[in-house]
Design a protein around this ligand. Structure first.
Ligand SMILES: C[S@@+](CC[C@H](N)C(=O)[O-])C[C@H]1O[C@@H](n2cnc3c(N)ncnc32)[C@H](O)[C@@H]1O
Length: 391
């Protein structure tokens, strides 16, 4: 058993400083509902990206997730395998993923002894996202045909979500690149890391890059510590997020063109008096793009997980011709818009802002297509070590 160093997220306090403050984290959930800018209608790029590693996830489950042993040795008396999808948004991607993971687990089931029948466990899926996520839309669209019990686990995954040693499988896709907070120094005018004229660390001063990297390291420390407490020994965690090759300079990150043009649109709107200049200067996206080397180091520092696999993959192998920039930006908008609205409090300007971004990016179709075919997705599979084997 590891020391329980993290307090419940909902108590508004933690042992690690200010970032884990209940709902007051800087990123906002993906757009709710089923409207034209909703995540439910604009998330098939994420689904297609995760689909690229689906076979690898199924292989890992078949080889390393011993459904039978985990139930037989479970400290609880229940015959239940518990899964969690962290940062599930509103669906439908989460339903599709949870179902194929359960199907892979079922195909692993064996008889515990030669003459006894195969086990038939219950499966319970916890859908996690921030408390402001549109859980109504999520649960209203829950598939009728499913072979798991569904439950919500609201709250930040940078804190505790579940009881000790209760979860057998964790999945998280396109969520952990969202930081719990924009590093305070990047919006402090007196700091060397003040990030005026940009909305992200890509292409920014060294101090800004360091502040973001420090924020990511602190968040991952909390994330891994909480999961280590919650997961059973032998449990598996699959993490999929934006990624970049080891050694690539932050100014060369593949999607710089997107972040630069989002910033240019905001700056133009401030010059035209549509947005307040100070508010544009203080806006930064709480997103960080890690590389395998950095992620490996953080996992090893935590020490509670073995790294079964960590690699970069393409995320857009299905894109054969030039991508439709409007459709791409609609996906970006569905995931990010809330963060802009939260800061600027100008929902009515979002059409204008994203139209400007589409117009600007339409000048670079080849460059964008080239970037889409780089390896920009980090895929990691971790196994919770048995406490007896911790070093
Ligand atoms: C782009 S969506 C990904 C949804 C889904 N996993 C998929 O692959 O389609 C990212 C989600 O992560 C959630 N998220 C970001 N930070 C979070 C945190 N600290 N705790 C819980 N959820 C978080 C957001 O609210 C958002 O709904």
């Amino acid at each position: 058993m590891i020391r329980s160093s993290i307090k419940w997220e909902s108590d508004g306090q933690n042992d690690h400083g200010g970032a884990m403050k209940g709902a007051s984290i800087d990123s906002c959930p993906a757009n709710g509902g089923h409207g034209s800018h909703s995540y439910s209608k604009n998330s098939y790029y994420q689904k297609s990206s995760v689909d690229i590693v689906r076979i690898k996830i199924e292989e890992e489950i078949k080889e390393k997730f011993s459904t039978t042993n985990l139930i037989s040795s479970s400290s609880s008396s229940s015959n239940t395998i518990r899964l969690a999808d962290l940062g599930c948004a509103t669906g439908p991607n989460t339903f599709w993923t949870m179902q194929y993971i359960i199907d892979a687990m079922k195909s692993n089931l064996k008889s515990p002894c030669p003459n006894s029948p195969k086990l038939s466990p219950n499966f319970q899926v916890f859908f996690n996202d921030q408390i402001t996520n549109d859980f109504n839309t999520l649960f209203l669209s829950l598939p009728q045909q499913r072979d798991y019990f569904a439950a919500a686990a609201p709250g930040s995954f940078y804190g505790r979500l579940f009881p000790d040693s209760s979860i057998h499988f964790v999945h998280t896709a396109y969520s952990i690149h969202w930081l719990s907070a924009v590093p305070a120094e990047v919006r402090d005018k007196r700091s060397a890391a003040w990030n005026r004229g940009r909305i992200h660390y890509i292409g920014a001063a060294e101090e800004v890059v360091e502040a973001y990297a420090g924020g990511f390291a602190a968040d991952m420390e909390r994330f891994l510590e909480a999961r280590a407490e919650e997961m059973v020994g032998g449990g598996i965690m699959v993490m999929i997020c934006l990624g970049v090759c080891d050694g690539v300079s932050p100014s060369q990150l593949p999607f710089r063109i997107l972040y630069d043009n989002l910033a240019f649109a905001l700056i133009d709107m401030a010059k035209e008096g549509l947005l307040n200049e100070d508010e544009v200067d203080s806006f930064n996206l709480p997103m960080y793009i890690t590389c395998p080397k950095e992620m490996r180091k953080l996992i090893e520092k935590n020490g509670h997980f073995s790294i079964e696999r960590i690699e970069l993959t393409e995320s857009a192998t299905w894109v054969k011709e030039n991508i439709d920039i409007r459709v791409w930006i609609n996906h970006v908008r569905a995931a990010m818009e809330g963060t802009f609205i939260e800061h600027f409090k100008k929902k009515e300007l979002m059409d204008e802002m994203f139209e400007r971004v589409i117009r600007k990016l339409s000048n670079y179709p080849e460059e964008i297509n080239e970037k889409l075919h780089e390896k920009v997705q980090l895929f990691a599979v971790l196994k919770r070590k048995e406490d007896a084997f911790l070093n």
